[in-house]
Design a protein around this ligand. Structure first.
Ligand code: ATP
Length: 406
């Protein structure tokens, strides 16, 4: 039986098949009508947002199409569609009471049990994912739990891949706390040329992060479909051409960003970062399972903060638990341990100073550990021979930064 997570992916893909009338053929996800999608025990709860002035006929056409498409998904038992005005949504989000009936949301929630399933052939499939032009391999760096050093590993893995001779890009889709600008010590807004976003540059890497587009204090409350839109634009509208590797720093956990990435481009492999602590390991196993569900190959686990070596005596301390436990868990999960990165003051200091350890301390043991990791990653996933291909390739581009205007 399908789990709710995979059904949710199919629901979002199905909504991308619903046209928003009068919007030049765009679908309702791209025009930001879809505010939220939740699937629990086979019940799909969909919130649409439409301005009050929207023609009733159009609204009904959209709602009907949503019901038809979503009901046809295998595993969906019931479909609930709630259509709200932006004002009603804002009130709901602020926890304010609904006003008098005359100013109610555009429509009350309506449910329809998903009777009479369509034949499997007619069921919507996940959106086809086309490779990014000119990029060799896309590698996701993920963690089940926050704070284990995933972004630190992503940045230093990217730099170490570069150190061993590859051309590398780094994409930060950690929507809950994009940290690449801080870790790499860069800021500013990316330029747009020929309707494509140009990545920023740091230490020879091409970098794109949500952090470049957000105010530092902006609370991030983007929901599933918006996250999908942002990630799609970062993959499709940014000029990544001419790269051997694109390293993607994922948000922690198992959620919409992972789903969006896997549905937008073929992901060649995922690297799961964990500390040796029990809790991180449980979450790492969950993350690993999620990538399997999404048909993304898990290349292995990286144990971060594996041990602390006292610089003067070389004595070793296992502050977060013994890395042997990670090895045991990796064996149980039938995945290799790709590398062990020690807990080291220079890593933290380098991160805070915007000078990652691989460039700040190029001859240190920690850098050596990152280079070993990068070498293993490159062995497992060598970049395509035609990694340069696709430069200058013409792609239809529309709605740059449109997600920020919604
Ligand atoms: N091996 C290490 N040695 C010392 N400090 C480290 C190491 N790895 C990460 N850190 C530090 O731990 C903190 C958290 O790291 P980081 O931001 O990379 O974690 P994260 O898993 O990406 O967090 P989030 O869940 O917030 O995205 C940072 O201060 C970083 O410098």
């Amino acid at each position: 039986m399908k789990d709710d997570f995979s059904i949710k992916g199919e629901v979002i893909a199905a909504l991308e098949g619903v046209e928003d009338p009068g919007q030049g053929g765009k679908n309702i996800v791209d025009t930001h009508l879809v505010e939220q999608v939740e699937v629990k025990a086979g019940v799909a709860d969909i919130t649409l947002v439409m301005p009050k002035g929207r023609a009733r006929e159009e609204r009904f056409t959209i709602e009907d199409a949503v019901y038809d498409k979503v009901e046809a998904i295998d595993g969906v038992l019931e479909v609930k569609v709630k259509t709200m005005t932006p004002q009603a949504l804002e009130r709901e989000q602020n926890g304010e009471p609904a006003p008098a009936p005359s100013a109610q949301p555009a429509a009350a929630p309506a449910a329809r049990p998903a009777a009479g399933k369509a034949s499997p052939a007619a069921q919507p499939q996940a959106a086809p994912s086309a490779p990014i032009e000119g990029v060799g391999k896309v590698i996701a760096v993920a963690s089940g739990k926050g704070g284990v050093g995933k972004s630190t590993v992503a940045v230093n893995l990217a730099l170490a891949l570069q150190k061993i001779g590859h051309r590398v890009g780094l994409l930060d889709v950690d929507i809950y706390g994009p940290s690449l600008p801080t870790l790499l010590g860069i800021s500013g807004r990316p330029a747009v040329s020929n309707r494509r976003i140009l990545p920023m540059e740091a230490d020879g890497l091409r970098v794109m992060s949500l952090g470049f587009l957000m105010d530092e204090d902006t609370p991030v409350i983007w929901r599933g479909p918006i996250v999908t839109g942002i990630i799609r634009q970062f993959l499709r509208d940014v000029d990544w051409s001419g790269l051997d590797y694109l390293i993607v720093d994922m948000p922690p956990g198992t959620g919409d960003a992972q789903l969006a990435l896997a549905q937008t481009v073929p992901v060649d492999g995922a690297v799961i970062v964990t500390t040796p602590s029990d809790l991180s390991l449980i979450d790492a196993a969950r993350g690993l399972q999620m990538f399997k569900t999404l048909n993304v190959e898990v290349m292995g686990i990286v144990t971060n903060m594996s041990k602390f070596i006292v610089p003067s005596t070389k004595e070793e301390f296992f502050i977060f638990g013994n890395p042997a436990e990670v090895a045991k868990e990796a064996e149980r999960l039938e995945t290799p341990v790709l590398g062990e990165i020690p807990l080291d003051l220079t890593v933290r200091e380098g991160g805070d100073a915007g000078r990652p350890v691989v460039v700040g301390q190029p001859d240190s043991p920690v850098t050596e550990a990152f280079v070993e990791l990068a070498t293993k990653v490159a062995e497992l996933k060598p970049p395509h021979a035609d990694g340069e291909g696709g430069e200058g390739a013409e792609q239809p581009k529309k709605g740059l930064f449109s997600f920020l205007k919604s």
